[in-house]
Design a binder for this molecule. Structure first.
Ligand code: HAM
Length: 472
């Protein structure tokens, strides 16, 4: 074990001289030489932008994106869900058949085009349809049931871009196949609720039951008569929906329609005993776990494959019923069979990642409650020989699973220490010319400023010890 030596002022090493002078904060910027290049503006080249409704994710948002994903991983492992993903590009028919022709997603929003073989393909607007295809294609009915899956990835909808609505957005979702049991619906709601709560966001779930297909058929004919009697005062969208998808009139956002529909027949009155009992059981489980919910008889969801339980999450911060849904889901017991598989129950949800991050960011003084991102060590080098040696040492560390920040393109120790400070590392490894010759490195404790010289051969063990102490 190397002994801890505070830096002595009268015996400076090549590196120590610089370390001693270097102030850690407010370091004056070294003037960098700028090679004159002809900028795009000078050359009159127009810079291209992302497509409307699509955006880049930048490193400053890393803590939100990676933090959220890491939380999803941990949460799903705890609840016994297996990670899966499906291709972004699928046969368009998959979505048309499952989501339904009369829905907004299929009619107005799906990106559909012919590929070079003339096949009609689509960018996935959601993942439940693909999950059903994957369940059938991969013979998952032979797995031990229920099959519990989770995913995290991009979806595409050619929606009108506005707050919380993008054309490329990400969903974190879970799907459960092979269990027609209210406890599954409740567990999915609890998982999503806890996931949101762990970020420090309070949410409420709006919940309803839309029963079975036959119960819904009887209800829809009653609803249509009601809507026809008020057709003249419906908004233009609802007049269209009345013909194609009358259920969607129920969750119209137009104030006049909302008022009009207050007296509309409610679907729960059309449910048979078994559906009512199923729904009551879901609510009982939620009560048991103190999950706050609002019974919303007008919640029908915008995709055709649902039956029985449907739900959506809203952030309490967004105000009473206000804001866009953070996520939604429900049961889809007939879908696997409808898509060519054996009769199999299904239930799931998807949360909108951008929407959750937007609420998370708005919360005052609320830093993400997730593990710190990135290594706790910085590796600084000084001089050409040290840079070469650093290449070798960094590779050695990487092979041992020790990741350290470094910037080999910078030669100035001041700049590197400044960078180490901004990354809030606990320790910096410093390698100068003298250390290369001595076969040593300096380990600097960034908080106390104490420096220790150790043999390069002991670097790996030393860093393992430091990381063992500091890693979260
Ligand atoms: P969805 O309600 O269409 O359901 O989408 C789920 C969530 O994705 C929404 O609540 C919202 O947070 C987010 N989202 C949807 N469209 C956009 C958009 N244009 N921009 C930003 N975020 C958006 C589904 O997708 C179902 N597959 C959920 C499901 C899974 N049901 C059963 N299993």
């Amino acid at each position: 074990m190397p002994s801890k030596k505070p830096v002595k002022k009268n015996k400076p090493t090549a590196v120590k001289k610089i370390v001693k002078k270097e102030p850690e904060k407010n370091v004056s910027k070294k003037k960098e030489t700028i090679t004159p290049v002809k900028t795009a503006a000078v050359r009159n080249v127009k810079a291209l932008e992302t497509l409307r409704g699509m955006k880049d994710i930048l490193p400053k948002e890393e803590k939100y994106w990676l933090g959220l994903r890491r939380n999803a991983e941990k949460m799903c492992a705890a609840y016994g869900y297996g990670y899966f993903d499906t291709p972004i590009l699928e046969n368009a028919g998959l979505f048309i058949r499952s989501i339904g022709k009369g829905t907004d997603v299929i009619e107005k929003e799906m990106y559909v085009f012919e590929d070079r073989d003339g096949d009609k393909v689509a960018l996935r607007p959601e993942l439940t349809a693909s999950a059903v295809r994957a369940y059938i294609n991969n013979g998952m009915h032979t797995y031990s049931q229920p099959v519990k899956l989770w995913y995290f990835g991009p979806m595409f909808r050619h929606d009108r871009p506005q707050a919380g609505r993008f054309r490329q957005f990400n969903q974190f979702g879970c799907e459960v196949f092979g269990a027609h049991d209210p406890v599954v619906d409740a567990e999915l709601i609890v998982l999503a609720h806890n996931f949101i709560a762990d970020l420090g966001i309070k949410s409420t779930v709006h919940i309803n039951s839309i029963g079975t297909l036959s119960e819904r058929k009887n209800y829809i004919s009653e609803l249509v008569s009601f809507l026809k009697s008020r057709r003249s005062i419906l908004c233009e969208d609802c007049k269209r929906r009345l013909l194609k998808n009358p259920l969607r009139c129920l969750d119209c956002k137009e104030e006049s329609c909302k008022k009009n529909l207050e007296e509309a027949p409610q679907i729960v009155d059309w449910l048979e005993e078994s559906s009512k009992n199923f729904f009551m059981k879901v609510l009982e489980y939620l009560d048991e776990l103190s999950i706050p919910y609002v019974l919303n008889p007008r919640l029908v969801r915008g995709l055709d494959y649902y039956c029985d339980t449907v739900f959506e999450f809203f952030a309490e911060e967004e105000g009473e019923g206000g804001g866009v849904a953070l996520g939604g889901g429900g049961r889809y017991d007939g879908l696997v069979e409808q898509m060519g598989g054996q009769p199999t129950a299904g239930c799931g949800f998807a949360l909108g990642v951008e929407r959750i991050i937007a609420v998370w960011k708005k919360m005052e003084n609320k830093e993400p409650e997730v593990a710190a991102v990135g290594p706790a060590i910085y590796f600084a080098q000084l001089g050409e020989q040290a840079r070469k040696k650093a290449l070798y040492l960094l590779e050695d560390l990487r092979k041992a699973g020790i990741f350290v920040f470094h910037n080999l393109s910078k030669g100035s120790l001041k700049v590197q220490l400044e960078s180490a400070n901004s990354k809030k590392v606990t320790h910096t490894v410093i390698l100068g010319q003298k250390e290369v010759q001595d076969g040593t490195v300096i380990i600097r404790d960034m908080e106390s400023g104490i420096q220790e010289i150790i043999d390069q051969k002991k670097l790996r063990a030393k860093l393992e010890k430091i990381l063992g102490k500091n890693q979260v």
